[in-house]
Structures are given as C-alpha cells and as structure tokens.
Design a protein around this ligand. Structure first.
Ligand code: FMN
Length: 304
C-alpha cells in the first residue's frame, strides 16, 4: 500500500499532497461539474474579504509565453456570502476546505480569522500581499516586523490551523518565513504571484486594465522551487508550495525541495482535468521508486 497522505498540522491532514490554489478554483462549483472534488488533497478557496469586492477593470488576464498575468483585483463574494452560500456546498466533499483571506488593516485580518473559525473550515490561508491602508500602503508581507505582529494578532483570533501565504517579492524570504513562524503560523504557503505587465505594441497601451498584474504558471516554477528550498531550511513548520506546478513531476520536485504539499493553480485553468492525472502520477512514482510514503520524499534533495 502506498501512503500518499500528509499531515500538515494537527487539524489539517491531506489524503494526498495536491491542492487547488486560491483564485484559480473560485469556490469549487464549476470544477465540481468536471470532476469529483473529493479526489483533491484539499480545496483552497478564492481570497475573501470582510465585504464583497468587485475587482479591477478588464482585461484582467493575459497569457504569456509560459505563464499567465492576472489582475483580478481580489474580486470575491465577501465572507458572509461565502459562509451562507458557498461553504455548505464545499462541505459536501470529502476533503479539507482551506479558506484564503485578506484584509487592509490588522483589525480586518483579525475579524476575518474570527469569522472563519467555524465548522466546515479546516484551515485558513492568509494572503499578506496586500497594502496596509493604516501604514500608507506598505504591504503586510514585505516587512518581517509588520508581518510577525499581524500574524500574532490573527493567531489569537482563531483556533483553526493558520497558514501564511508569503509574497516572493521580498529581499529575504527566509526572514519573512521566520517572522510568520514566530508570529504563530502553523504552516506557510510559498509563494504568491510575481509582479508583471504586458504591453500592446500597436496601441502603445498596457494590456491589463490595471496596467500591472501578477505572473503565475510554469514561468515562475523555478523561482517558487528555490523559495521553497530556501524557506524549508529556515523554518520548522510545514510548507505548501505554490508557483507553476503543472505535472506530477513538478509535485515531486517541490516535495524534494522541502514542501509537504503543493497547490496547482494556473495549470487547472488550462486543463481542469489535470488534478487526477497529477495525483495518480505521484502515486505511481512512489510505487516505481519503491517508496511507501510521501515522507520518504519531503526535503530529501541531495545537495552533496
Ligand atoms: C486568476 C488568479 C487569481 C488569484 N487569486 C488569488 C487570491 O485571491 N488569493 C491568493 O492568495 N492568491 C491568488 N492567486 C495566486 C495563486 O493562488 C497562486 O499562488 C499563483 O497563481 C501561483 O501558482 P500557479 O502558478 O500554480 O498558478 C491567484 C492567481 C490567479 C492566476
């Protein structure tokens, strides 16, 4: 028997290491028409805020040579509508629901964490790539002291497993990871999109309505891989990888680099069926390598 399960925290165990990613899976409804969501290691929802958000002007996405630039602008239904209308649907599946959320002040983050401390939510994933309005727009996720203070406040507001999703756009990702850990994070997601833009040479105008956006997909996988490896050598808490995973080989590579699980985002927009072949591929790989569990892979990168 091959054991593909992985325990991220005391309250969060996954049957396999493959999760959906925030913002590329909405609230699961559309994907549930294409496959049984119960096959997933976990479902990560679209990022939620206290009040509904309309998002940015269109166009909001642009496909690059090997990636996707998005400037959705965190459009979401708001936490109340999520709890009333989306969570009951997600609870029907036999897989943990991880709710991604964000705020623009410490108080909003705390309030969101408190609201999501309810049955049916297995863990919460904090997106810290947002400007802090009280601090003149400085991003929460860019300064270790600001991040540690925010995480420690959120920690006190919830009994759920707390996952902090780091931004890759920092000078020292290890310092940010340590700050989140010291603040009380149970796990980290490494990491979010990379700022990018696209220009139309005919009109001389930016392609995205927001001018700039965030790059995801295969283009950023090598960056995410390096971040996971670097962070895994700094912290004792588990890491969930995010950035460009498309195939089972990518999952294995992220596990070797030190991740315990991997979110698949942009790849599922291109191929909504990709999850089952990725999950199956990881299982077959373990079998062929004669490994009995995922733990035989996590962090096993050979560097000497
Ligand atoms: C269209 C789109 C919307 C996204 N929305 C969110 C979001 O609401 N919250 C968040 O933390 N990350 C969001 N992300 C980032 C993804 O969750 C993921 O971290 C990133 O895309 C890298 O993974 P990938 O290359 O597998 O897509 C979004 C990404 C895309 C492409």
């Amino acid at each position: 028997m091959i054991d593909t399960s992985v325990r991220i925290t005391e309250g969060l165990s996954l049957k396999n290491p493959v999760l959906s990613a925030s913002g590329t899976f909405a609230y699961g409804e559309e994907f549930s028409e294409v496959f049984d969501l119960s096959i997933l290691g976990g479902i990560v929802t679209k990022g939620l805020s206290l009040v509904p958000k309309e998002g940015n002007p269109t166009p909001r996405v642009y496909e690059t040579a090997c990636g996707l630039i998005n400037a959705i602008g965190l459009e979401n239904v708001g936490v109340d509508a999520f709890i009333a209308e989306k969570l009951p649907f997600l609870k029907k599946f036999n897989t943990p629901v991880i709710v991604n959320f964000f705020g623009t002040t410490d108080e909003e983050y705390e309030s969101m964490a408190g609201r999501l401390d309810i049955e049916g939510v297995s863990a919460i994933e904090m997106n810290v790539s947002c400007p802090n309005v009280s601090k003149g727009g400085l991003e929460f996720g860019k300064y270790p002291d600001i991040l540690e203070r925010l995480v420690s406040k959120v920690r006190k507001a919830t009994k759920k497993s707390l996952i902090v999703k780091l931004s890759p756009m920092v000078t020292d990702i290890g310092a940010m990871a340590l700050a989140a850990q010291e603040g009380g994070a149970d796990a980290l997601t490494c990491s979010n999109t990379i700022p990018a833009m696209a220009i139309d040479e005919q009109t001389w105008r930016p392609i995205l309505g927001n001018i700039t956006g965030g790059l995801s997909g295969p283009a950023i996988k090598p960056v995410a891989l390096k971040i996971v490896w670097e962070v895994s050598r700094k912290v004792r808490i588990p890491i969930i990888a995010s950035g460009g995973a498309c195939t089972w080989q990518d999952i294995v590579q992220f596990l070797l680099a030190g991740a315990s699980a991997v979110e698949v985002g942009s790849a599922s927009l291109r191929d909504p069926f990709c999850f089952s072949s990725i999950i199956q591929g990881v299982e077959t790989y373990l079998e062929e390598k004669g490994l009995s569990s995922l733990h035989d892979l996590v962090g096993q990168l050979k560097t000497s």
